[in-house]
Design a protein around this ligand. Structure first.
Ligand SMILES: Cc1ncc(COP(=O)(O)O)c(C=O)c1O
Length: 375
């Protein structure tokens, strides 16, 4: 059986983004992953008692979890993926849930990049895990800097030029971008995705999309076979400690990466927390909190703008602000005096003097503003 057939990509005869995505997966994925026989986990049937997985038959004293932590969790988190599909408005076959969106990044790089041969494109200053995942895999990283003088705008011409390099399999674009906070112009993203349609996968990391004024690229999956989107429950849904994120992509991409994800993709307490947090009443609360965070973000930005130690507050579409300071050590020290940790980006030549501040509770934000004002 050819690698393509084993992935069901022969179904690619039918037109549509999934068919084109199948062809692209067959062309770009690591051949050994296309041929990989996934691990066969113990069968899953919650109606029967389990003597087939070498588990302990008793809970540990104090285990109040719904399903019992003595038991392995559902091997493939079908219910969570179905809920995530509803949340994001896609089909369950277009969702891969993992331990944070970090796991999606890792799986993409391992699935598509051969060590010492392939490469990814990133646009710094940006989220550091794309580069780390590539380095761990032994893939090269081609960097196409954002244009600071244009508000950290994407340079689509430069990205496309970088992709003339046949080693490039994946392009990571982060919007809103971490740590700069700005959304990337959707026309620039669209151009990159469109022009790379038969050459590379473009992954739009939308970890902060719920805070952004700009629409998500998720509804456009049907248009672009080479588009993937990373989403997370860590930010807007207040579940960073649970570790749950999702890669959304056309089904053949998800099918490929599902072969590689370790069995028991999500711990049982994580699944329980996710299903609770995504109940309709709690989603309404999450939306309210997003509104509060946005109001606090604007209040913080205004408060910082007039301070002597602040040279510029970069516009943000996320739940944090990048503050260009005239004295980063003094700014950070003011945070510490208020008992608050901030993130120092001042040594990076692309973010000179900059400190990143996550929007906190009104009380935390007040304390920070007071302390920085006194610095
Ligand atoms: C842009 C971006 N992507 C992905 C992540 C990872 O999120 P998680 O693994 O918690 O889903 C982060 C975390 O800060 C981020 O800023």
């Amino acid at each position: 059986m050819s690698a393509a057939t084993s992935l069901g990509v022969q179904a690619a005869a039918a037109p549509g983004p999934s068919a084109a995505a199948s062809a692209l997966v067959a062309k770009l994925a690591r051949p050994d992953i296309l041929r990989l026989q996934p691990y066969q986990h113990a069968s899953w049937d919650p109606t029967l008692e389990r003597l087939h997985a070498n588990e302990n038959p008793w809970r540990f004293p104090g285990d109040v979890s719904r399903s019992g932590l003595n038991r392995y969790p559902e091997p493939h988190p079908l219910e969570v993926e179905a809920r995530l599909a509803t949340l994001y408005g896609v089909r369950p076959a277009q969702v891969l849930a993992g331990r944070g969106s970090d796991e999606g990044i890792d799986l993409l790089v391992r699935g598509f990049c051969e060590a010492a041969r392939d490469a990814i494109v990133t646009c710094p200053p940006t989220f550091g895990m794309y580069k780390v995942a590539a380095r761990i895999q032994g893939a090269d990283v081609v960097e196409v800097p954002l244009l600071r003088e244009r508000g950290y705008a994407l340079d689509p011409d430069a990205v496309l030029r970088a992709c003339d390099d046949p080693r490039v399999k994946l392009v990571f674009l982060c919007s809103p971008n971490n740590p700069t906070g700005n959304s990337v112009d959707p026309r620039a993203i669209e151009r990159v995705v469109r022009e790379l349609a038969d050459r590379a996968f473009v992954i739009v990391d939308e970890a902060y999309a719920e805070f952004a004024a700009q629409p998500s690229f998720v509804p456009r999956l049907a248009e672009f076979p080479n588009l993937g989107i990373l989403r997370t429950l860590s930010k807007a849904y207040a579940l960073a400690g649970a570790r749950c994120g999702a890669l959304l992509a056309n089904a053949p991409v998800i099918e490929l990466l599902r072969r590689m994800i370790p069995p028991y993709a999500l711990p049982a307490p994580t699944m329980e927390a996710v299903l609770t947090a995504l109940e309709p009443a709690r989603l309404a609360q999450a939306r309210e909190r997003i509104g509060q965070l946005l109001a606090e973000r604007d209040r913080l930005a205004e408060g910082f703008a007039n301070l002597r130690i602040v040279a510029r507050v970069w516009p943000s579409d996320a739940n944090f602000l990048l503050i260009e300071t005239t004295d980063a050590p003094a700014f950070l020290a003011a945070g510490l005096r208020a008992g608050l940790l901030l993130r120092d980006f001042s040594a990076n030549p692309q973010t000179p003097g900059c400190v990143r501040v996550s929007v906190g509770t009104p009380d935390q934000n007040d304390r920070l503003l007071r302390s920085v004002a006194a610095a």
